[in-house]
Write a protein of this length. Structure first.
Length: 119
């Protein structure tokens, strides 16, 4: 689900048990270093806003920010609110499942409603 878009980037929600957003460049740059400075600055600005809002709204144990792009060679960043009781913690969300979690979190809709005006 796309939650934000401007001339340089767009933001999507990753369906998951944890709050997880992804920032993509609109142009298909393979590497971050290939993106123009204005796009890089926009990514950092949005990463900062999303991280701060996730910390405030969900009060997670940790925020994970990742950029791999091995399967999808298009610059994008994952921003995830992590909880000690989530299914994979302390492993990455791509790692080995540690437990069957039953998280009780504030709504994603409420988070997005507060986030969108800041973007």
């Amino acid at each position: 689900m796309k939650v934000f878009e401007n001339s340089h980037i767009y933001i999507e929600v990753e369906e998951s048990e944890i709050p997880w957003l992804k920032i993509f460049t609109k142009e298909p740059y393979k590497e971050f270093s290939q993106a123009p400075q204005v796009v890089k600055q926009e990514i950092w600005r949005l990463l900062d806003i999303i991280e701060k809002e996730m910390l405030s709204y969900y009060q997670p144990d940790k925020i994970n920010i990742a950029s791999f792009g091995n399967y999808l060679p298009h610059v994008h960043f994952h921003i995830m609110a992590r909880f000690e009781e989530d299914s994979f913690f302390p492993e990455p969300m791509w790692g080995t499942k540690q437990r069957d979690a039953q998280l009780s979190l504030e709504s994603l809709e409420g988070f997005l409603k507060g986030l969108k005006p800041l973007l």
